[in-house]
Write a protein that binds this ligand. Structure first.
Ligand code: HEM
Length: 430
């Protein structure tokens, strides 16, 4: 056991500052430095009470170990970091829980597997195969719309934003006319740290005001999905909304808060994430015309593009765990109750696992990245994410002969789910 490794001051701030996550190269430099010097380090606030100290874990092997040991490292009570303790206090006052939403990511065994089992089969490839035709139609329409804009487009606005949103809304039975509302609500939940995404000026607000907005978004989601569930109980279809609405746990229907939490986790986890990895793939290909031409000529390279894009972008940037027992990690003494950040961006850029990690390499093999997590909570939608990206890129490769950057891309200001919020491109139709 070595002396306690502590990060404070500037380094600590960068780990928790949403603006640091908007500057990708700088962020990767920070994580490279921390991983090489203090791979498991206690992050301490400068101002006491600003946030609770936590262990930052940056090495691939350590993040994998924690993710897979769901008995020793719990999701409950706090699976994501709030920058401010007041936010947690407000949430407790509003809902009696540290989290505004109770969902799969907050539950541990024995509750978690019961809830997870309800939709696990629905998200498996053999069931998703039913969606392929619909996805192809949607992808083709999305590419048509992009090409109709002319030769210069913002790929995020035209393609990587709307396409995954429609996919997830379709499986949840949300009609197109309600989509914009759903998107605004998601951005209030996830993008509240970014002034362009939240559209509410939330970046200027006090933590208490931010949590009020978030609580409002949650309530709106809850009401919306309560009505949808009622409809699906009366008229079940084959969508995942019907599975959730009619599910039984221990012989009982889901309590309203848990049912809403289930819809919300699928609605929110399913689109900003896939949007970020899709935009990242396109950015990488636009910067490398030769790789674009290669994959256009040889579609067997496409799954590699998709997988590498997911690693390279790591859209879910962290989750938190709480130690259930004392243990040793990277030479540090972790105590029961300690809070840990498993940082997927850092783990997926660990040179011990991924040679030349900043390079986008569609042929990278092996590519056992952690962008979908691992263990009991591994992303429920990972097969859907891969499938929808593959189908979209097939449509793009069919219809776009060449693509190049047409200006500065910008990343979202967010510590949790992050990625490009604009990607100007010049496209040449096939
Ligand atoms: C590239 C796209 C995506 C990425 C990078 C991603 C990433 C993640 C990560 C890192 C986790 C937590 C894993 C862990 O704790 O070990 C997660 C959980 C989850 N994801 Fe995804 N995700 C993506 C797409 C999707 C899609 C399309 C859906 C559904 C439509 C989805 C639904 C979920 C759900 C429901 C969970 C919670 C699972 C649980 O706690 O048991 N995700 N995802």
């Amino acid at each position: 056991m070595t002396a306690e490794a502590v990060l404070s001051g500037d380094l600590a701030r960068k780990v928790i500052d949403p603006h640091a996550y908007a500057e990708w190269d700088g962020l990767l430099d920070t994580f490279d430095h921390i991983r090489a010097t203090t791979p498991v380090a206690k992050v301490q606030p400068d101002t006491p009470g600003l946030f609770d100290p936590f262990w930052l874990v940056t090495r691939y092997d350590d993040v994998m170990r924690i993710s897979k040991d769901n008995a020793a490292f719990l999701n409950n009570p706090r699976p994501v970091v709030f920058s401010f303790n007041q936010a947690i206090e407000f949430s407790r006052a509003a809902t009696g829980s540290n989290m505004l939403v109770d969902s799969l990511v907050v539950f541990d065994a024995p509750v978690h597997p019961k809830y997870r089992k309800l939709t696990q089969e629905w998200f498996m490839p053999r069931n998703l195969a039913r969606l392929e035709d619909e996805l192809r139609t949607l992808a083709a329409a999305t590419v048509d719309r992009m090409l109709a804009q002319g030769s210069e487009v913002d790929f995020v606005k035209e393609v990587s934003g709307p396409y995954p949103l429609r996919v997830v809304m379709q499986i949840l039975g949300v009609p197109p006319e309600d989509e914009f509302r759903m998107q605004m609500l998601t951005q209030q939940l996830f993008g509240g740290q970014d002034k362009d995404l939240s559209g509410t000026g939330m970046d200027q607000m006090t933590p208490e005001q931010v949590v009020q907005i978030v609580a409002g978004a949650v309530k709106t989601f809850e009401d919306y999905f309560a009505a949808l569930a009622e409809e699906r109980r009366r008229n079940p279809t084959e969508d995942v909304a019907s599975v959730i609405a009619n599910a039984l746990v221990d012989g009982q229907p889901l309590p309203p808060r848990d049912m809403a939490g289930y819809y919300i986790i699928v609605a929110t986890a399913g689109h900003d994430t896939t949007s970020a990895s899709t935009a990242g793939a396109m950015q990488a290909l636009a910067r490398d015309p030769e790789q674009y031409a290669r994959v256009r000529a040889d579609r067997s390279l496409l799954p590699g593009i998709v997988e590498e894009a997911i690693r390279w972008t790591s859209p879910v940037q962290h989750f938190m765990r709480t130690a259930a027992e004392d243990c040793e990690l990277g030479g540090q003494a972790i105590k029961a109750g300690d809070w840990l950040m498993i940082n997927y961006v850092a783990a997926n850029h660990d040179p011990a696992q991924f040679p030349d990690p900043r390079r986008f390499d569609a042929a990278r093999s092996p590519n056992r990245h952690l962008a979908f997590g691992a263990g009991a909570h591994q992303c429920l939608g990972l097969h859907l994410a891969r499938l929808e990206m593959k189908i979209l890129f097939e449509a793009i490769l069919d219809r776009v002969a060449a693509v190049e950057p047409a200006g500065e891309a910008a990343r979202a200001t967010s510590t949790f789910v992050g990625g490009l919020k604009t990607l100007p491109l010049r496209v040449t139709p096939a």
